[in-house]
Design a protein around this ligand. Structure first.
Ligand SMILES: [Zn+2]
Length: 417
């Protein structure tokens, strides 16, 4: 890292340790949105933002925001952020690293006596992970005006999402949509092994992969497992097995190119699932992720053809693949990617461009402003697990990149990049 930097790895390590201590005691590290531990974490974070000199508030969508007013606030806002909620039995870094790195940028600017022209904000987005309400990115969807109105009536036990957002301090019936944000940047752990394997400090994220979920139903016939001859069966499981292998083969072919592609048969239900019955029915749910839309379209087409071919070979009926949900890829803003590359050089960080296979708040923020993100390495690519690990030094180098990018943007945005 640039030796003049006012970014301090020690402060980052201390903050991450403090938040790690706020967890369900018997299952580290768990701080799910809307639970008492989440509120405790938020309270800690709010104080840390204030200690850094920020004015704090909860916006209408339930996001915690720390604001450092700019010298010329009419220029608009540069926002940094991520999320402080975790998955059950999650890690100490997913989301948290980005919030703490953003906070460290605020402290570093203060330490070097820099007041930006733009207002700088740090956001802790509400419920980025799939929450007790079964949906994700509640806060960033709210801030980008993309939260479906009917979501407020979702329930978890006795609680509606509307009440839960109010309990957090938000105003669920008011719009949280922003039009003053000129640029948004998020630091996140990679959640994969590429940076570690290639010994590269920073991933500059070209795109957040689009996610398409596809359901396939295989309709065989239940028969006696002992008496039905092998040639006279309509076994839904063996046909489904051919399909699962076909999905893997197709995905490997698409993943062999330049762009990121992955597909997984993530859900698989077989009925009747009994030892002495030939399987009658299988439902499979495929999760496919593509950096490039044309790869996803090719996957869906070839899956359709492949499934038809398997059905005629095995003689078991297979439904046409049904698209259950479909989100387009989100490219990083081209100007911001250039600014981030340059900031890596200034900070002395090695860097490469790469896609994100996971969804992030940035994908929603990109709907209302220039948005991009960077990855820092995480050990062995482990994430959504208690042994998730990123070093404070790696996060500090990422924070230094954010700091340089923010300072560059403070000027560049006035030149209308
Ligand atoms: Zn995350």
């Amino acid at each position: 890292m640039n030796t003049n930097s006012t970014i301090r790895a020690r402060r980052i390590a201390d903050d991450i340790d403090a938040l790690a201590g706020i967890t369900e005691p018997d299952r580290p590290y768990t701080r799910r949105a809307f639970t008492p531990k989440f509120f405790e974490g938020r309270k800690w974070l709010e104080q840390a933002m204030r200690d850094a000199g920020a004015v704090t508030q909860i916006d209408a969508a339930g996001n915690l925001i720390g604001t450092i007013p700019g010298a010329h606030p009419d220029l608009g806002t540069i926002m940094l952020g991520s999320h402080s909620d975790t998955v059950p039995d999650g890690g100490r870094f997913d989301g948290i690293a980005g919030v703490i790195a953003a906070l460290e940028v605020v402290r570093a600017l203060r330490d070097q006596g820099t007041v930006l022209d733009h207002t700088l904000e740090v956001a802790d987005f509400l419920a980025e992970e799939v929450s007790i309400f079964g949906v994700s990115c509640i806060g960033s969807r709210g801030m980008s005006g993309s939260r479906p109105p009917e979501w407020l009536q979702r329930v978890a036990g006795e609680l509606t999402l509307e009440q839960a957002i109010a309990d957090v301090g938000g105003h669920p019936l008011h719009s949280a949509e922003r039009d003053d944000i000129k640029a948004f940047l998020e630091l996140h752990i990679e959640q994969g092994p590429v940076l570690q394997n290639e010994k590269i400090d920073i991933g500059v994220v070209t795109a957040i992969a689009g996610i398409t979920r596809i359901e396939i139903i295989v309709e065989g016939r239940a028969d006696h497992a002992g008496t039905t001859p092998m040639g006279a069966r309509k076994d839904a499981l063996t046909t489904a097995a051919w399909i699962a292998l076909g999905v893997e083969e197709l995905a490997k072919a698409l993943a062999s190119g330049e762009a990121h592609f992955a597909a997984t048969v993530g859900e698989f239900e077989m009925t009747p699932n009994a030892a002495n019955v030939v399987p009658a029915r299988v439902r499979m749910l495929i999760d496919a992720r593509a950096e490039r839309r044309e790869d996803m379209e090719r996957f869906v087409d070839e899956l359709d053809n492949g499934v038809g071919a398997i059905a005629s070979k095995t003689g078991v009926a297979v439904s046409a693949p049904r698209i259950v949900s479909d989100n387009l890829p989100t490219p990083g803003d081209a100007d911001l990617l250039d600014v981030l590359d340059a900031a890596c050089e200034t900070a002395g960080a090695s860097h490469r461009r790469m896609a994100s296979g996971a969804g992030h708040d940035t994908a929603w923020m990109a709907r209302i402003t220039k948005a991009a993100m960077i990855f820092v390495p995480c050990v062995d690519g482990r994430s959504h697990a208690p042994d998730e690990l990123a070093t404070a030094e790696d996060i500090a180098l990422g924070a230094a990149v954010l700091l340089d990018a923010v300072m560059a943007l403070d000027t560049k945005l006035q030149e209308d990049i």
